[in-house]
Write a protein that binds this ligand. Structure first.
Ligand SMILES: C[S@@+](CC[C@H](N)C(=O)[O-])C[C@H]1O[C@@H](n2cnc3c(N)ncnc32)[C@H](O)[C@@H]1O
Ligand SMILES: [Zn+2]
Length: 268
């Protein structure tokens, strides 16, 4: 936890009996599930920012059933298992954070998300090397140049914060949906399928590689198809009739992601 900083004054946070505190005596208590809330009240733009509890529960059900394991495996192939520190931005209920913690056995792992409901789920039964924090990706409570690896899977971030927190020789991995992601489902919802915008190179970084990952998905009718519909933002546009119909049919579709790897542009 040595890389955490105070969201109010940026001093290092030190562990004490109740949780964490900085030299300016800003105190952040440890929740009973073991996570920390480092989101200052004035940075909350709603009472419960981030994904809702129901969506996070759906993500947990779908992801723990292993449907996106090929994406996790691809990340494991390109992330150095000897990394000393890794941050998962917008970690949700922690499926990828957990998988990457198993892969980087000696790393200090941080999962941050603005949704308390996600962090609460993620923090239960976490391994001791993993710290979960409620925080915004726009104000990361981590020290300058403290992370070897930053992973961002379908979550927002701020370029300046990515640049500040990553070590000079660190790597940034951004996962975005590919053009054929859930194409069959999108055909049922939209008249016209628009391509996803190409990921932009974050300011201060340069491209190292782009990998396409695609694999078939065959989801049985009922709970798991419902979970996929629940966690997929464009599926919220479904009429309830079509949702019931799809859940009754199950889904045969394609998962398609792009993993972009970046490193910092050196300033010398
Ligand atoms: C589509 S989910 C992806 C979750 C996780 N990466 C996964 O793949 O299972 C996006 C996540 O970003 C979080 N999020 C949204 N805005 C955020 C912000 N400003 N800072 C941190 N997390 C944010 C949401 O709460 C949600 O958990
Ligand atoms: Zn402080």
């Amino acid at each position: 936890m040595k890389e955490l900083i105070c969201p109010l004054c940026s001093q290092f946070l030190i562990v004490n009996e109740q949780g964490l505190a900085c030299a300016n005596r800003h105190q952040f208590d440890r929740a009973k599930e073991g996570y920390f809330n480092l989101l200052p009240v004035h940075h909350k733009n709603s009472r419960e920012p981030g994904d809702a509890k129901q969506q996070l529960a759906a993500r947990r059900a779908f992801l723990t059933a292993g449907y996106f394991a090929p994406l996790l495996n691809e990340l494991k192939k390109i992330i150095d298992p000897n990394s000393g520190s890794l941050l998962d931005i917008g970690c949700g209920e922690g499926y990828f954070t957990r998988g990457l913690a198993e892969h980087c056995k000696h790393a200090d792992i941080y999962g941050i998300d603005i949704a308390k409901a996600g962090i609460r789920l993620a923090a239960k039964n976490r391994p001791s090397q993993t710290t979960y924090v409620v925080a915004s990706s726009h104000l990361l409570p981590l020290a300058d140049t403290s992370m070897d690896v930053i992973v961002r899977i379908y979550a927002p971030s701020k370029d300046e914060e990515l640049f500040r927190v990553l070590k000079p020789d660190g790597k940034l991995f951004i996962v975005t949906p590919g053009d054929r992601h859930l194409i069959e489902l999108r055909k049922r919802i939209y008249k016209e399928i628009k391509p996803h915008p190409q990921p932009k190179v974050p300011h201060g970084f340069k491209d190292l590689s782009h990998i396409e990952v695609s694999f078939p998905l065959s989801v049985p009718a009922g709970e798991l198809t419902n979970a996929l519909l629940e966690m997929t933002p464009f599926a919220w546009k479904l009429s309830s009739d079509l949702q019931v119909k799809l859940a009754g049919e199950g889904l045969v579709d394609l998962a398609h992601f792009q993993i972009s790897t970046y490193e910092k542009v050196s300033l010398d």
